[in-house]
Write a protein that binds this ligand. Structure first.
Ligand code: ASP
Ligand code: MG
Length: 409
């Protein structure tokens, strides 16, 4: 059975005309003889609206209730899309995540998928139906409704593609694919035809906003080929697959992320265990720490800075203050006005000098670097938030990405 999974994001189903457009697209694929499983997000900015409503009621809504609320968005869109497909003379059936058996752990608002049951989907496909599944949601082992974190419909789609051994997982969105930089910042940014899982993981982790990070991890782990493309045109988008099959780019792209904040604990006694107690406390509170630097100590005192998502800043500050007190440190400062710019490319492994060129691009524009972190295929710098657009443009230009991606064997 040739199964194609097609996922459409919120902007592709923002109103009834757009829902009808999606209905036409999935029907066309069915007409070609493919079996189609569709995953969709909530209409337009529905999820944002639901989140706002919750916080108007309570500053700290319980996460179980948040999931009950947020999961309704996708239930609306699957039902409407199913009606639109039926209207075109094709047979469709909609399901919630719980109905098809997308089984998750119990971590409300950021649940992980444990198992995907495909029996019910296969049964309906065999009857010739187009199966439409609500993205972003699942059901926990103790029968609670869960959601997979913002952008989670991408992960639903990849998980279904893996479980169904689908030919491909097509991610339809409002842009033409993955670009060398955010085209709203750099108009000369180029669409990438292909990118490896590894590079896409770094791009998603450092701020490319097209795909949920976890969907790419899932795709890599299960070898699902993803195709990110526009729901409003027929043109090819960006293929994400294993890099054995492709020519390697030296640099694939520049990403930016203004959603982090920096915490500094200063005057920390420089002795074994200080960093351990701080980061242990943060991890116990489920706070993801991104970059960390510890300064050279002066006398027997040092400073530790780290970045966290802005949404975790309040909690991270509280915990850091408690630990600072216990350690006898000087205190804690926080800075929200930071941004991270990153350069991603598999070719960095074999091309020395990439880091120096990136730092030079920033220096030539008078941009001060506050923190640096690297992996084998990525360099990230924390800079003042006000400089972020200038930084992305300067780095993009420095590596000649506006003229297309440079390949090497
Ligand atoms: N509707 C959810 C969100 O806005 C899930 C998704 O769009 O993938 O985050
Ligand atoms: Mg999305």
């Amino acid at each position: 059975m040739n199964i194609t999974v097609q996922k459409f994001g919120g902007s592709s189903v923002a109103d009834t005309e757009k829902i009808k457009n999606v209905a036409r697209r999935v029907s066309q694929t069915r007409k070609k003889g493919e079996y189609v499983v569709v995953v969709i997000s909530a209409l337009g900015d529905t999820t944002d609206r639901l989140v706002r409503l919750a916080y108007e009621i309570s500053p700290h809504p319980r996460e179980r209730e948040l999931d009950m609320l947020l999961a309704t968005g996708e239930q609306i869109s699957v039902a409407l899309l199913s009606m639109a497909v039926n209207e075109l003379g094709y047979d469709a059936i909609s399901f919630t995540g719980a109905q098809v058996g997308i089984v998750t752990d119990g971590a409300h608002t950021k649940a992980k998928i444990l198992d995907v049951k495909v029996g019910r989907i296969l049964e309906e496909l065999e009857k010739g139906k187009i199966v439409i599944v609500a993205g972003f949601q699942g059901v926990s082992l103790d029968d609670q409704i869960t959601t997979l974190g913002r952008g989670g419909s991408d992960t639903t789609a990849v998980a279904l593609a893996a479980a169904l051994k689908a030919d491909a997982c097509e991610i339809y969105t409002d842009v033409d694919g993955i670009f060398t930089a955010d085209p709203r910042i750099v108009p000369e940014a180029q669409k990438l035809d292909r990118i490896s899982y590894e590079e896409m993981l770094e791009m998603a982790a450092t701020g490319a906003r097209v795909l949920q990070l976890r969907s790419v991890e899932f795709a890599r782990n299960y070898g699902v080929v993803m195709h990110v493309r526009s729901s409003f045109s027929e043109s090819e988008g960006t293929w994400i697959e294993s890099d054995e099959r492709m020519e390697k780019a030296i640099i694939s792209g520049v990403t930016d992320d203004s959603g982090e904040a920096k915490v500094t604990v200063f005057d920390v006694p420089d002795r074994p265990g200080s960093a351990a107690s701080l980061f242990e406390a943060l991890s116990k509170a489920n706070i993801n720490v991104d970059m960390i630097i510890q300064n050279v100590s002066e006398g027997d005192r040092t400073a530790i800075s780290f970045t966290v998502g802005e949404e975790d800043l309040e909690k991270a500050q509280e915990i850091s203050e408690t630990i600072a007190g216990e350690l006898g440190a000087g205190g804690v400062t926080v800075d929200k006005d930071i941004a991270k710019v990153s350069l991603v490319g598999a070719g960095m492994r074999t091309h020395p000098g990439v880091a120096a060129d990136m730092f030079n691009a920033l220096a030539e524009n008078g941009i001060n670097i506050e923190m640096i972190s690297t992996s084998t295929i990525k360099i990230s710098c924390v800079i003042p938030a006000k400089d972020v657009n200038k930084a992305v443009s300067a780095i993009h230009k420095k590596f000649g990405l506006d003229k297309g991606v440079v390949m090497h064997a």
